[in-house]
Design a protein around this ligand. Structure first.
Ligand SMILES: [Fe+2]
Length: 312
């Protein structure tokens, strides 16, 4: 056995022991319902030297990953981050949508090392860009202003838009205290002016949900007509701590990706639900000229949901 191979195996062994200890400690913290920050610091998630990238389809335009409700700083977030990092090495992506509740429990900036910089260390060192929005937990400290100023979250404002290839992303502040009058006016103007092939909107809260919170009539009334009018193909959210994918509703698919680390919530069957699962993981969207491919991936790297959204 050469030295490098042995080092990898020894390193992997220690890593596995560290994770087993972390899992046991997490179980105790869960059982006693103690604050998760009583747990010892978990090792940073770096790149794995043995992994190689696999070839993409020739017409791939953009691949991006999504995680939400991730900022627990506990064993489960690190398991998801490890799976994301491993996936990245085989299928590189330049962008992660961080769809809110980035820092539990109260959006405390001092926790960023534990809930962001260490779990995503390998991705950050690889220059993967995160684009965040604010969840309900994030605004509990100074209304989220600290996160707006934190450069790696790449937030020019509480709501904003950015383009990448043929995709335009519209990022919302879906919290109850948002300036909804200004935000909705801005959203309609931006959507109406957009010439992007793909218009994707994300915010923390779901419009439709088959989990703990159920549908949100207020958000449906505010946003769904705009999505239908301007051809938004996909709305992405967290808040529900599970994975949900709707059937297309008036042309928009609703994707809940709140399975990024926080304690899971159950899901129920509904007639508008195409797939729902209470399982930790992350999601990946591949953008092509004529279709989007959505994949849900668990902490073992298994694809547990997949669908295609055809362009018009
Ligand atoms: Fe939330």
């Amino acid at each position: 056995m050469n030295l490098k191979r042995r080092d990898v195996l020894i390193g992997g062994g220690f890593g596995a022991i560290a994770l087993t200890v972390a899992q046991s400690a997490q179980a105790i913290v869960d059982w006693l319902r103690l604050p998760m920050f009583l747990l010892p610091a978990l090792p940073a998630v770096g790149l794995e030297p043995a992994l190689m990238s696999e070839p993409d389809l020739p017409d791939l335009i953009l691949r991006f990953a999504i995680t939400a409700d991730a900022g627990s700083g506990d064993y489960y977030q690190y398991q998801v981050a490890r799976a994301m990092t491993r996936y990245y090495q085989q299928h590189p992506f330049p962008l992660v949508l961080l769809a809110g509740d980035n820092i539990y429990t109260n959006g405390e900036i001092w926790k960023l090392g534990r809930v962001f910089e260490r779990p995503y260390q390998g991705l950050l060192e690889s220059k993967v860009r995160f684009q965040a929005c604010l969840g309900n937990h994030d605004i509990r400290t100074h209304n989220g202003e600290g996160q707006l100023r934190y450069a790696p979250f790449n937030m020019p404002g509480r709501y904003y838009t950015f383009k990448q290839s043929s995709v335009q992303f519209f990022v919302l502040d879906t919290n109850g205290n948002a300036d909804w009058v200004s935000q909705l006016s801005w959203l309609e103007q931006e959507l109406s002016q957009s010439t992007a092939l793909w218009k994707l909107v994300y915010g923390h809260h779901p419009l439709y949900s088959c989990g703990r919170y159920g549908n949100n009539p207020n958000l449906i009334q505010k946003l769904a007509p705009l999505f239908a009018r301007y051809g938004v193909q996909l709305y992405i959210n967290g808040h529900e701590h599970n994975y949900q994918r709707s059937q297309p509703l008036q042309g928009t698919t609703y994707l809940t990706c709140g399975n990024g680390g926080a304690r899971l919530y159950p899901v129920e069957r509904r007639d508008w639900v195409a797939m729902a699962d209470s399982r930790h993981g992350f999601s990946v969207v591949e953008v092509y000229g004529d279709r989007l491919q959505i994949q849900a991936i668990d902490t073992q790297g298994q694809v547990f949901d997949q669908c295609l959204i055809k362009g018009v």
